[in-house]
Write a protein that binds this ligand. Structure first.
Ligand code: NDP
Ligand code: 2IT
Length: 445
C-alpha cells in the first residue's frame, strides 16, 4: 500500500479507536485509492487525506421530548457535516437505537463518495438519533421530530445542509421534521428531500433507491453477458429500499423469493407478493412474519441472518450495515450466486466482499448501487429551485440514465487501474478523483 495512505489509515485507527464502522469504511476506501495516491505525491504535502477523513463539523445535541405517559425522554441527536467540497452537505437522517457517532461517521464518509458518483452538486453528511420510532404513537414521533428539529434547524438550509430519510425516517418523519423547520425558520425551502408530493417532493423519490439499484445491477449484468430476466433474487430488509428493489426486479422479469425484517425472513417459492408486503410494512407498520398469515404455503424463519441460506442467482442486501458476513458469502457462493448489489450502506463485511470478488461474483458496492436515492434527492432540489415538477417518467428516465452512467464510470475507473470487474476499487477511485479535484481547488480550508 502507498506509504502516505497507510500512515493516514494508521493515524485514523489510533485517533478513533471506538469507531469500528468508521474504520471499516475508511479502510476500504483508503486501500482502494492507494494506486491513485502513487501518482500524486502532492496529496501528502497538501494534507488531502487527513482533511478528507476528518469531518468538517460534527454537531451533537440532546433531544428531550415528552412521551404519551407524560414522562420526559432524552435521546441523543447528531449531524455529521463531513465534506462540502462538491456541494452542500447532503445525506439522510437515521432513527434507530443502534445509532452512534461511529455509525454516522461511516455513513457520512461513504456519502461523500456516493454523492460524488451521482455527478450532481452535493457534498456528504449524515445525521440521526438513537430514538426508536418502532412502537411509538404518531404523536410521540411528532413530538420527537419537533424536539430534534428545534436544535437541527439552526445548522441546516437549502444551500448549506439538506437532510433526507434513512432507516426509521420515512414520509411521516420527514413531514413532521419539515413542518417544524418551516415554523422555526419561517421559510418554505428545499431544506429536506423526500418531502411529500403536496409540499415540494419529487415523483419517484420514494422508489428511487430500490429502482436505481436494479437499474445499475441490470446494466452490470448486461455488460457481462447476463440478464435479470428469469433469475431468482433474495432481497434482505422490507423497508423503503427493499420494497422498491423487489418491485423493479419483478417488473424486469426476475423472481424475488425472500425478504426479511430484523426478526426473521419469509420465503415464498411462488415469488414474493409485494402488495401484501407493502400493506404490512407501509400501511400497518407490521412485521414480515404476518406474511405467512395470508400465504400459508410460504415459510417464516425467525432469524434474519439465515436469509442468505436461501439459494439464489442474485443477492440484494437492503437492510443494514454488516448484515452479510463471510460465512453467509460462502453459502451464497456455494449456492451459485453470480451477482450481489448493495442496496443498503456497507451491508457486506470487508471479508465477505473479498470472498465475492475473489470468486468472480459481480459485486456492485453500495456507494454506486444505492446512489439513486440521493441522486433523486438532488433532482428534487433542482425542481424546487425552478419551482416546477417533472413527471414520474421524466424523473425515472433521469434516474436510469444516472445509474447506467455510474456503472460505466466505475467500470472504466477499475479498468484504468488494471482492476477490471473490481467495482469496489472502481467506485472509490472514480468518486475520489472528483472530490480531490474540488478540495485542492479550494486550498487549505
Ligand atoms: P427502512 O427503515 O425503510 O427499512 C429498514 C429495513 O432494514 C427494515 O426491514 C428493518 O427491519 C431492517 N433493519 C434495520 N436495521 C436492522 C438491523 N440492525 N438488523 C436487521 N435488519 C434491520 O430503511 P431504508 O429501506 O430506507 O434503508 C435500508 C438501508 O438502505 C440502510 O442501510 C440505508 O442506509 C440504505 N439506504 C437508504 C436510502 C434511502 O433512500 N432510504 C438510500 C441509500 C441507502 P425492522 O423493521 O425489523 O427494523
Ligand atoms: O444513504 C443514503 O444515500 C440516503 N439515506 C439518502 C440520502 C438523501 O439525501 O437522499
Amino acid at each position: 500500500m502507498n506509504k502516505y495512505v497507510s500512515k493516514v489509515l494508521e493515524d485514523l485507527k489510533t485517533k478513533n479507536p471506538n469507531q469500528p464502522e468508521f474504520i471499516q469504511a475508511a479502510t476500504e476506501i483508503l486501500e482502494s485509492i492507494s494506486l491513485v495516491c502513487d501518482e500524486h505525491p502532492e496529496y501528502e504535502e497538501k494534507g488531502l487525506l487527513e482533511m478528507l477523513t476528518e469531518p468538517e463539523r460534527v454537531i451533537m445535541f440532546r433531544v428531550p421530548w415528552v412521551d404519551d405517559n407524560g414522562k420526559v425522554q432524552v435521546n441523543k441527536g447528531y449531524r455529521v457535516q463531513f465534506n462540502s467540497a462538491i456541494g452542500p452537505y447532503k445525506g439522510g437522517l437515521r432513527f434507530h437505537p443502534s445509532v452512534n457517532l461511529s455509525i454516522l461517521k461511516f455513513l457520512g464518509f461513504e456519502q461523500i463518495f456516493k454523492n460524488s458518483l451521482t455527478t450532481l452538486p452535493i457534498g456528504g453528511g449524515k445525521g440521526g438519533s438513537d430514538f426508536d420510532p418502532k412502537g411509538k404513537s404518531d404523536n410521540e414521533v411528532m413530538r420527537f421530530c419537533q424536539a430534534f428539529m428545534a436544535e437541527l434547524y439552526r445548522h441546516i438550509g437549502a444551500d448549506t445542509d439538506v437532510p433526507a430519510g434513512d432507516i426509521g425516517v420515512g414520509a411521516r418523519e420527514i413531514g413532521y421534521l419539515f413542518g417544524y423547520y418551516k415554523k422555526l425558520a419561517n421559510e418554505h425551502t428545499a431544506v429536506l428531500t423526500g418531502r411529500g408530493l403536496e409540499y415540494g417532493g419529487s415523483l419517484a423519490r420514494k422508489q428511487a433507491t430500490g429502482y436505481g439499484l436494479v437499474y445499475l445491477v441490470n446494466e452490470m449484468l448486461t455488460c457481462n453477458g447476463k440478464e435479470l430476466k428469469g433469475k431468482t433474487v433474495v432481497v434482505s430488509g422490507s423497508g423503503n429500499v427493499a420494497i422498491y428493489a423487489c418491485e423493479k426486479a419483478t417488473q424486469l422479469g426476475a423472481k424475488v423469493v425472500a425478504m426479511c425484517d430484523s426478526n426473521g425472513y419469509v420465503y415464498d417459492a411462488n415469488g414474493i407478493d409485494l402488495d401484501l408486503v407493502k400493506e404490512i410494512k407501509e400501511v400497518r407498520r407490521g412485521r414480515i412474519k404476518e406474511y405467512v398469515d395470508v400465504h400459508k404455503d410460504a415459510k417464516y424463519v425467525p432469524d434474519c441472518r439465515e436469509i442468505w441460506t436461501v439459494k439464489c442467482d442474485i443477492a440484494l442486501p437492503c437492510a443494514t450495515q454488516n448484515e452479510l458476513d463471510e460465512k453467509s458469502a460462502e453459502i451464497l457462493i456455494k449456492n451459485g450466486v453470480f451477482a450481489v448489489g448493495e442496496g443498503a450502506n456497507m451491508p457486506t463485511t470487508l471479508e465477505a466482499t473479498k470472498k465475492f470478488i475473489d470468486a468472480g461474483v459481480l459485486f456492485a458496492p453500495g456507494k454506486a448501487a444505492n446512489a439513486g436515492g440521493v441522486a433523486t434527492s438532488a433532482l428534487e432540489m433542482a425542481q424546487s429551485s425552478q419551482r416546477i415538477f417533472w413527471s414520474f417518467e421524466e424523473v425515472d428516465a433521469k434516474l436510469k440514465n444516472i445509474m447506467v452512467g455510474i456503472f460505466h464510470n466505475i467500470d472504466n475507473a477499475a479498468r484504468k487501474y488494471g482492476k477490471e470487474n473490481n467495482f469496489v476499487i472502481g467506485a472509490n477511485i472514480a468518486a475520489f478523483e472528483k472530490i480531490a479535484g474540488a478540495m485542492l481547488a479550494h486550498g487549505i480550508c
